[in-house]
Design a protein around this ligand. Sequence first.
Ligand code: ZN
Length: 71
Amino acid sequence: MYTQVCPRCQGRGKIIGRKCHLCNAQKIIPGVEEFTLRIVPGTQSNSDLRYINMGDERMQGAPSDIVFQLV
Ligand SMILES: [Zn+2]
């Protein structure tokens, strides 16, 4: 296990004045596992792979999600 500077808050621990929830204000996160795209064999085309809250921080409400669509 290794850590890397949180790519969302760039090691600041917060974004737009709010606590970065990716690293939980720890400024570092373990490894890069969370960013590995996992596609299970047999996944159907047009399936959506949704990464909750991994999108850009927004000023209000929850962060956006990242959705990969298999085509
Ligand atoms: Zn962070």
